[in-house]
Design a protein around this ligand. Structure first.
Ligand SMILES: Cc1cc2nc3c(=O)[nH]c(=O)nc-3n(C[C@H](O)[C@H](O)[C@H](O)COP(=O)(O)OP(=O)(O)OC[C@H]3O[C@@H](n4cnc5c(N)ncnc54)[C@H](O)[C@@H]3O)c2cc1C
Length: 502
């Protein structure tokens, strides 16, 4: 039995704790804040409740595997609700589109709304997406990637390599399959699921289309936060201890370099044979452990986009509003140009989650979670906390007075111009900026997904799950296989496999 300390009670840390405790290890989770969940946050006020991070759950099988492997089925713990349509889209020319869960219904919708054979084009793309997903699932998503990355990936066949099309961008793939520019825009959006730019993200990200459509988009009544709570309960049921308000300052090491514990902010030393870091890898290698290889990994990656969140407490109801709505601008590229250049996007895509759930709004109101992609937080103050600067990171100081409120008004005006004018129904709103996200979760720059997938090899440049430092492992969105709830839970499975049984 190893003494394991997990730094951070984000979903990845909790899932790793559950698996390692179930495997017989002595597990302690140290969480700096007063609540579990990390980016899977929740905010409530005056009868309104909001998931402040994830709003769409995909690949439920990943969570089912976690629960089955740690002592009992997920469905006994949580009620998952499949969404149909998964999302509704509004384009700048006024076209609307419902992404029905059923493939035939979605293809028929595309033919009816877009014409020009859009349904057939999408089906051909979806078939390609399925091939890419099947090729990548085992060797990439569920396995550790070590030094050598791409070269060591044992793709099953030359056909798989052709399907994955290394070197091609998601945008390039879209151009060759989809004739309608609105449909290409819809495909581009999947790059943002990893905080990336579709012009630079690899074509392999088309696998996200398949993951969403084959396994569905899901909601947890009461809010997605319930998922984090259920994983925490499972970890504790298997014997893990979760210490809140417990900040780790350092990973300590023996003279030989192996980890031997963590130093807490109150000075206490917690001994450990294994340390699993669930915190942003940039923060880990910037502040908690001195390791040149780790720092190199972090610096090589372009951080994923951050997000600007508006929580809107509205009176009344919006006719025909679905659970998820995406409104696109006329010029999507303008948004990616701005965000990666460290500027505010004037006319970004705006995403709305408005669950019809009594846990989220009073009977006479609606709770809208509104998200737009945003540039990283780069403070302009000289006394800013020490940070690991990734190469070429451009951002803006989100703490500038008036910036968040001014941008909130801009987003409300944009929504109004796109047919969703809620300004007269607004009871109150809150903003969550990239700076807030950094303060709350330790995500450097407020990056949502750790490193982005910008670049053909980006997926292989993430800091690996097994650090060079003996006894140190990484779990969560900034390590392999990447960000998003299913992937961070997959990373927990990989780490549990690397640590091994007690
Ligand atoms: C606005 C937003 C929208 C999103 N939408 C979706 C979505 O729809 N679907 C989806 O699947 N994913 C979505 N994501 C991504 C998803 O939330 C993350 O990928 C996932 O929750 C990250 O989990 P993690 O395990 O990496 O840990 P994190 O959530 O990053 O948690 C890390 C934890 O470590 C703690 N910590 C940090 N430093 C220390 C320290 N020194 N000592 C102790 N503890 C420390 C933090 O407080 C935090 O609790 C979204 C994220 C955001 C922010």
């Amino acid at each position: 039995m190893a003494r394991v300390v997990v730094i951070g009670a984000g979903v990845g840390g909790l899932a790793a704790a559950a698996r390692l405790a179930a495997a017989g290890h002595d597990v302690t989770v140290c969480e700096q804040s007063s609540r579990i969940g990390g980016k899977l946050g929740w905010y409530e006020r005056d009868g309104y409740g909001f998931d402040t991070g994830p709003s769409l759950l995909t690949m439920p099988g990943v969570f089912e595997d976690l629960f089955a492997a740690t002592g009992g089925p997920l469905r006994a713990e949580l009620d998952l609700r499949r969404l149909d349509p998964i999302a509704s889209y509004r384009f700048a020319d006024g076209t609307t589109l419902a992404a029905h869960a059923d493939d035939d219904a979605f293809a028929a919708e595309l033919d009816e709304r877009l014409g020009g054979g859009a349904g057939g084009d999408w089906r051909r793309l979806a078939a390609r997406a399925a091939r890419v997903f099947d090729a990548a699932e085992g060797p990439f998503l569920s396995s550790p990637v070590r030094a050598g990355g791409l070269a060591r990936l044992a793709w099953a066949s030359p056909g798989d390599v052709a399907a994955v099309a290394p070197g091609r961008s998601l945008r390039g793939l879209g151009r060759s399959y989809l004739r309608d520019p609105r449909l290409r825009m819809l495909l581009d959006r999947y790059a943002t699921y990893s905080g990336s730019d579709p012009r630079r993200a690899p074509a392999a990200l088309v696998s996200v289309v398949h993951a969403e459509r084959r396994f569905g988009g899901w909601y947890v009544p009461g809010g997605l936060r319930r998922l984090g709570e259920a994983i925490a309960r499972r970890a504790e049921d298997r014997g893990a201890r979760i210490l809140l308000d417990t900040r780790v300052l350092r990973v300590t090491r023996t003279p030989g370099g192996r980890v031997d514990g963590v130093r807490l902010a109150d000075g206490i030393l917690l001994p450990a044979d294994v340390v699993v870091a669930n915190i942003d890898a940039a923060a880990l290698y910037g502040r908690l452990v001195d390791d040149r290889a780790g720092r190199r990994h972090v610096r090589r990656a372009t951080p994923s986009m951050s997000g600007f969140v508006l929580l809107l407490a509205l009176s009344g109801s919006t006719p025909a509003l679905g659970h998820h709505t995406v409104t696109f601008p006329a010029d999507y590229d303008g948004e990616f140009d701005a965000v990666f250049a460290g500027r505010l996007a004037d006319d970004p895509a705006v995403y709305i989650a408005a669950p019809a759930d009594p846990a989220c709004a009073p009977p006479d109101g609606e709770a809208w979670f509104v998200l737009v992609n945003a540039a990283a937080h780069v403070p302009h103050t000289a006394d800013a906390a020490p940070r690991t600067q990734r190469r070429g990171v451009r951002g803006l100081d989100w703490d500038q007075p008036g910036l968040a409120d001014g941008y909130a008004r801009r987003i409300l005006d944009l929504l109004a111009a796109r047919g969703l004018d809620v300004r007269s129904r607004l009871r109150w709103y809150e903003t969550i900026t990239p700076a807030d996200l950094e303060r709350r979760t330790g995500a450097v720059g407020g990056s949502i997904y750790g490193g982005s997938s910008n670049g053909a090899r980006a997926a292989f440049l993430r800091p690996p799950n097994a650090a060079r430092v003996p006894g140190l492992f990484l779990v969560g969105g900034s390590t392999h296989p990447g960000g998003g709830l299913p992937l961070v839970v997959l990373s927990a499975g990989i780490v549990a496999g690397l640590v091994g049984p007690a």
